[in-house]
Write a protein that binds this ligand. Structure first.
Ligand SMILES: *Cc1c(COP(=O)(O)O)cnc(C)c1O
Length: 433
């Protein structure tokens, strides 16, 4: 533990009751808080949500059944949750300038399931980015429902630019006439040309869907361009850069509103998780503040410096850098695999993930790359100076340690990580009033 923290601060006053009733679980909540406060969290899809969102998540809204939508529920007693969901919807529409918002999806994958449900039938063709070039499991990968139920055709990145090959997207769209064209993914460091996608979709009469799970927070913070004006529908998660509760949401054009709502409920889901919906409402309001916009800009700046600094040490960023919160790095220059790099960093107090790189010669469970993201460390108030230090620590962990925690260099790196985490704590103890 870096500095002691009172768990009541983040788990609320009912934490004492949990500790008494179930110390086994209570202690795990504390040790997980401790874990998040001890190591550098560089997983690009993770962030540290606010105490206000945690309070909503820990509320009695979890008790309430609210199948349906505000003012049209299948249960009584929905007066208060109706107000909560209306606030979440209004705030989402304002934040993204969207005609319509559905805040009920339980997760990003559930949101995506609903979009398929709204616009496609089993057997229909969907054109999406391939998983091994940065897409997502739910974009037609063969072990996912999306790959089993739909005819998925995949585009990838261009071997030279390592960025989306738009000419290939266009050629595949003309050849396969997909019902849906899907843009977005989990390991795309660059901005996506939504205008080009829109033009291709219009050319073949396809629905243009953006899965903005990863980067929607940067859109909310006005740090990068929005897909909302271009896409028919945008699905996203609320727990990545956006920094809200774990969950999903969908915004769309008015003409698709009914279809999307029916696809979320009753087609794909039962009762919404109203504590999560409340957390989303709290988060959307947080994201509309100048402070969050400053945060989003800093996330991008930090990611760029982290990517560049790793590149200077021979850990090359795919596409040469990043415009977003994440970068993908080719480890072949330093002769280490992704799986080894992940383990070595973990033993040195740095949490990141191995990742396949485009045209990766290794199997996905070995991989030649790592993915790093700046959302969590930026939430902690770290800036570009710390990113240079972190790049150095990653490079040393990857090239000088062996994955055992007592390797002397790993011990040294962990001490430096503790220094960073003490200067910029995650979940700091608030100043006493
Ligand atoms: C994270 C992610 C998802 C899935 O979100 P879950 O909440 O884990 O289900 C879907 N699409 C993309 C592009 C993602 O990055």
């Amino acid at each position: 533990m870096t500095t002691p923290v009172n768990p009541d601060t983040y788990y609320g006053p009912s934490f004492g009751a949990l500790l008494e009733q179930d110390p086994e679980i209570a202690e795990l909540l504390v040790s997980e808080l401790d874990r998040q406060r001890s190591g550098l969290q560089l997983i690009a899809s993770e962030n540290q949500t606010s105490p206000a969102v945690l309070a909503a998540l820990g509320s009695t809204l979890s008790n309430k059944y609210a199948e349906g939508y505000p003012d049209a529920r299948y249960y009584g007693g929905c007066s208060e949750v109706d107000k909560v969901e209306k606030l979440a919807i209004e705030r989402a529409k304002a934040l993204f300038g969207a005609d319509h918002a559905n805040v009920q999806p339980h997760s990003g994958a559930s949101a995506n399931q609903a979009v398929y449900g709204a616009f496609a039938s089993p057997g229909d063709t969907v054109l999406a980015m391939s998983l091994d070039h940065g897409g997502h499991l739910t974009h037609g990968f063969k072990v996912s429902f999306s790959g089993k139920w739909f005819n998925a055709v995949h585009y990838g990145v261009h071997p030279e630019t390592e960025d989306i090959d738009y000419d290939q997207v266009e050629a595949l769209a003309k050849e396969h006439r997909p019902k849906i064209i899907l843009a977005g993914g989990s390991a795309i460091p660059r901005l996506i040309d939504f205008e080009r996608f829109r033009a291709i979709a219009d050319e073949v009469g396809a629905i243009f869907w953006v899965d903005a799970a990863h980067f929607i927070g940067l859109v909310a913070g006005k740090a990068i361009p929005s897909p909302v004006p271009w896409a028919d529908v945008v699905s996203f998660t609320t727990h990545k850069v956006l920094r809200g509760p774990r969950g999903g949401a969908i915004v769309c054009k008015e003409e698709h509103a009914k279809k999307i709502d029916r696809a979320v409920f009753p087609m794909m889901q039962g009762g919404p998780l109203m504590h999560g919906v409340a957390g989303k409402a709290v988060n959307f309001a947080e994201c509309a503040t100048p402070a969050y916009q400053d945060y989003a800009r800093q996330v991008v700046e930090n990611a760029a410096v982290l990517a560049q600094s790793l590149g200077e040490k021979g850990i090359r960023p795919i596409t040469g850098g990043t415009d977003t919160h994440l970068s993908l790095h080719d480890l072949r220059g330093v002769g280490v695999t992704g799986i080894d790099a992940e383990a070595r960093c973990d033993a040195a107090g740095i949490v990141l993930n191995k990742n396949a790189i485009p045209f990766d010669p290794e199997k996905p469970n070995v991989a030649s790359g790592i993915r790093v993201g700046s959302p969590s460390v930026t939430t902690q108030g770290m800036g570009t100076e710390e990113m240079r230090v972190i790049a150095d620590l990653i490079h040393r962990a990857v090239t000088e340690t062996d994955g055992t925690p007592d390797h002397p260099v790993a011990v040294e790196i962990r001490a430096q990580v503790t220094e960073l985490m003490t200067a910029h704590p995650a979940y700091p103890e608030p100043a006493q009033a």
